[in-house]
Design a protein around this ligand. Structure first.
Ligand SMILES: [Zn+2]
Length: 76
């Protein structure tokens, strides 16, 4: 339990606007709604987003086709 707490504290930073403790991955302070720059935060690059989107659409299309085929096969 003690380890878990210190691990959480490691990811806690003070808000530069109001000093409120916020987690380092947050982009907005929950108290003053000031903008935060999370450490280690990297915006996803466009190519990666497109690739993920394409894979998601492909899987969705395959699942749809399989479902349609199953409906046709089992509909008698
Ligand atoms: Zn703040």
């Amino acid at each position: 339990m003690k380890n878990k707490r210190s691990n959480l504290e490691k990811h806690t930073v003070a808000c530069p606007h109001c000093g409120f403790p916020v987690l380092d991955h947050m982009t907005e302070c929950p108290k003053c709604h000031g903008e935060l720059k999370p450490s280690g935060y990297q915006p996803m690059d466009e190519k990666k987003i497109r690739k993920i989107r394409w894979i998601t659409y492909s899987i969705g299309a395959v699942i749809s086709v399989v479902i349609i085929i199953l409906i046709i096969l089992y509909r008698k």
